[in-house]
Design a binder for this molecule. Structure first.
Ligand code: SF4
Length: 291
C-alpha cells in the first residue's frame, strides 16, 4: 500500500469558531476538552507505513481546533521525531495564537525545536471583515493576520494560508488576485485555494454549502486566472495544481470526493491516524480502515 499524505488527528471536535461549512463545529465544553490517551504503539505502525510510502509531509489536523490540545501536539511531535519526516505541518484557524499569545508562544518555540516546520492558517479571505463574519462567533475583532504571519516568520516557521473558497467570499478571479497580492506582501510561503467541499457534511452545514458552494463557472474563472497569470509548477495527482503567480506559490486544490478517490492500493491519498489507534485511509467512510 502506498499513500501520498499522512494526517495525524489532534484533539476533539471542539473549536472556538463556528464556520457554517464545518464538519463538526462543537462549542468547547468540559467533555470535548478532555484529552484522551493516544495509542503511540499504533502511531508507530502508521508512521512506518507512511515512511514506506515515502510520504514527505505529516499534517497535524483535527475535526476541531488542534490548538485547544497543545500538550497533545507536543507529545505527537516527540513521538514523530524518530521517523524523520521532512515536513510537519499544523493546521489551525490561528485565532488562539494571537488572542492567547502568552500561552502559545512557549509552545510554538518548543514545537519548532521538535520539528514542526509549517503553520497552515485556515481563512475564507484576506479581508478581515469576511474572516470576522466566518470565524468570530462572539463578534469580536478578527485577528491581525499580517501581524500573526510576521510573528510566525520571526519564530522561523513557514506559513501557508489555506483559503476555503465560498460564494461571496472567494469566488472570482479578482478576489484571487487580491488574495495572492496579500500573501505576497506578507511573504507567505504557500497559498492553497480550496473550493468548499460539498460532500460528507453534517446536515446543517450541507444546507449552507448547497447555497454557498462555488459553481463550475466560479472555479473555472479562478483557475483560468492562475493559468493565465501563473506558471504551472507541479501537477499533484488528485491533490491539485501548484502555480507560481508573480513569485507566489499557489495550490489550486481538489476536494477529496468520490471523484478524487483512487481504489488502487498503490495510489491512496491519505493515511490517517486517530488517537485511539485506528488507522484509516478514508475520513468519512467507516469501511476505509486498516487497523
Ligand atoms: S475553524 Fe475549522 S474546526 Fe473550527 S469551526 Fe471552522 S472549519 Fe470547523
Amino acid at each position: 500500500m502506498k499513500f501520498k499524505m499522512f494526517s495525524v488527528v489532534v484533539g476533539s471536535e471542539a473549536c472556538i469558531a463556528k464556520c457554517p461549512f464545518c464538519v463538526s463545529c462543537e462549542t468547547p465544553n468540559k467533555e470535548n476538552l478532555k484529552s484522551c490517551e493516544i495509542n503511540f504503539r499504533n502511531l508507530k505502525i502508521a508512521a512506518n507505513l507512511a515512511n514506506r510510502s515515502n510520504v514527505d509531509t505529516v499534517m497535524l489536523t483535527s475535526r476541531g481546533e488542534p490548538l485547544l490540545f497543545p500538550d497533545q501536539i507536543t507529545d505527537y511531535l516527540h513521538h514523530l521525531k524518530e521517523f524523520n519526516f521532512p515536513f510537519i505541518e499544523l493546521q489551525t484557524n490561528g485565532i488562539l495564537l494571537q488572542k492567547n499569545k502568552e500561552k502559545y508562544d512557549k509552545y510554538l518555540r518548543l514545537w519548532y525545536d521538535k520539528g514542526l516546520t509549517t503553520i497552515t492558517i485556515s481563512v475564507v479571505s484576506h479581508r478581515p471583515e469576511l474572516n470576522k463574519k466566518n470565524y468570530m462567533q462572539d463578534n469580536s475583532d478578527y485577528i491581525n493576520l499580517p501581524e500573526l504571519i510576521d510573528y510566525l516568520h520571526d519564530l522561523k516557521f513557514c506559513v501557508r494560508l489555506t483559503c476555503v473558497c465560498c460564494k461571496h467570499m472567494m469566488d472570482n478571479s479578482q478576489e484571487v488576485a487580491e488574495f495572492i497580492k496579500f500573501a505576497k506582501e506578507n511573504k507567505v510561503e504557500q497559498v492553497t485555494l480550496r473550493p468548499v467541499n460539498d460532500e460528507y457534511r453534517r446536515e446543517s452545514a450541507h444546507l449552507w454549502i448547497l447555497e454557498n458552494k462555488l459553481t463550475d463557472e466560479n472555479k473555472k474563472d479562478m483557475q483560468n486566472y492562475l493559468e493565465k497569470n501563473g506558471t504551472k509548477l507541479l501537477e499533484l495527482e488528485r491533490i491539485g495544481t501548484i502555480y507560481d503567480v508573480d513569485g507566489q506559490n499557489v495550490l489550486f486544490s481538489l476536494p477529496l470526493t468520490k471523484y478524487t478517490r483512487d481504489t488502487n492500493p498503490e495510489n491512496l491519498r491519505n493515511l490517517i491516524f486517530f488517537q485511539d489507534g485506528h488507522i484509516r485511509y478514508e475520513w468519512e467512510m467507516e469501511g476505509g480502515i486498516l487497523l
